[in-house]
Design a protein around this ligand. Sequence first.
Ligand code: G6P
Length: 495
Amino acid sequence: MHQWTANAVKELVDQRLGDASLFVVSNREPYLHEMDGTGLRWTRPASGLVTALDPILQATGGTWIAHGAGGADRKAVDVDGRVMVPPDDPRYTLRRVWLTREEEQGYYYGYANETLWPLCHIAYIRPTFRPRDWEHYRSVNERFCQTVLEELSGPAAVWIHDYHLTLVPRLLRSRRPDITLAHFWHIPWPAPEVFRICPWKRELLDGLLANDLLGFHIRYHCDNFLDTVARELEARVDRERSSVTYRGHTTLVRPFPISVDAEHIEAAAGSEAVAREMVRLRERYGLVHERIALGFDRFDYTKGIPDRLLAVDRFLTLHPEWAGRFLFVQAGIPSRTRISAYRSLGRRIQRAVHRINRRHAARGRAPVLLLDEQLSQAGILALYRIADCLMVTSLHDGMNLVAKEYVAARRDGDGTLLLSEFTGAARELPQALLVNPYDVAGTADTLALALAMPAAERQRRMSRLRERVHEWNIYRWAGEMLGALLVTRQGRAAG
Ligand code: G6P
C-alpha cells in the first residue's frame, strides 16, 4: 500500500494545480495571538479541523482565510490582515477576517453553534432559530466571500470548511464561475427528517450545491445529504455517481475520513519532553493507580461526558474491588462558554465528579480526577501514554480525532480504546471496544472488560488500530480529497 506523506500531497498539488493557487477557508484560525505580561504570544486552538489542516498547509503552502478571533490578532498582521504561520517556522499565509462582537455573537455563537451544531448532532439539545442570527450568518458569509475575492488574483482552487460557511460557495460561484470549489463538512449530516425543521434549509442546500466537490467523513453522512436534497429541492440526485445536479451544476458528494499525522504524533510521543511530562503529571496528581482511564475532550454536550461519568460510577458500584486501585482522569478544554448549554454542561460535570468521589473514595483516594490544567501538546501526549484506556463516549461525532491521536501515541502497542459507536471513527476502528453511550450499564461492563483484558488481546487489537491510523493518515485524507477536487478542475478546464 502506498503510504501518503506530506511530500506526496505537496507533489500532487504542485503537479495538478498548474498555475492555480490553493486557498483554505474556515471559521477557526490555526494560530491565535494574545497579549500577556511578556508581550505578544501565540497559541493553537482546540479544533479537530485545525489539527487536521495545519500539517497539510504546512506541506503545500497557500493561503488560509479565517476569523481573527485572538485578543491580539490585529497586532500580529500586516496592513492587509496577513501573517505568515506557524509563527516560529513560517510556511503559509494566514489572512484574518475581522468581525465585530455583535457579528460574532449572531453568526458564530448564534447561528453556527446554537442552530446548526445542535441540528446536525443528535444530542437532544433543541436548535434555536433566530432570524437575527441568520442575518448575521448571511452577512458574515458575504464578508468571507469578499475576503476570498480580495486574495484571488488568477485561477484558484478554494477549499471551504464546515458549517459556518455554507453560503460562501454560492456567493463565490456567482462572482467567479471559473474557480474550483470544494467543501468539507466536519460534523455529521443528519437524516432528512431532522434537517427539514430548519427554516433556512433551502438556502443552506443551495449554498453547498455550488461546490464541485462536497466531502463528509463517512458514506452514511453522504447518503443523508443526498436524501435531504432529494426531499427538499428540485434537483437530480444520481445515487450511482453520488452526485447532485442543481441549477445546471453538478456537485460530487464523497466520503473522506479525516485523520491525524500519525507518524508525527508517534515520534512526538517518544520525545524527552513527553517523558518529562509523564513524570511531572504522575507526581503532581498522584497517578500511581493500577489502572488509569482517560477522557479528553473539548467540553461539549455532544461528547457524552456526563454519560461517561455515570458509567464510571456504575462500574465502581459493581466492582468495589477496584476502588483505590482505579482512577478515571477527565481532562479537557473549555469551549463556547458564552452559550448556556455549554456552561450548564460544565456545572453538571463538576457535580457528577463530586458525587462519585464522595461515594467511592477508598484508601484516601478519590476515583475521579477532573484535570483543569491547560495542558501543552507534550502534556496531552503524556496523558495518552499514561492511560491504560481512553474513553470516547460521544453521543454523536463526525469523526473524533482524539481516538486516533491516542492510537497514534501508543508507540508501545498497548492501551485500550473504548469508543462510541456513534462516532465516524467507529466505522474505521472496529477493533476498539465499541459502546452505546446511552447504555450506561453496557458502557460500565465494557470498562470492566477493558481493565481486565489480557495483555495479548490488548496488543492484538492495538496493533490493528495502529495499522489503520498509519495507513489512513491525514495526508491520505487531504491527498484523496484534493486529488478528487483537482480531477473536477481538469474536467471543468476541458469542458
Ligand atoms: C469541531 C468543528 C470545527 C471547530 C471545532 C472547535 O471540530 O467541526 O469547525 O473548529 O469543533 O470548535 P470551535 O467552535 O472552538 O471552533
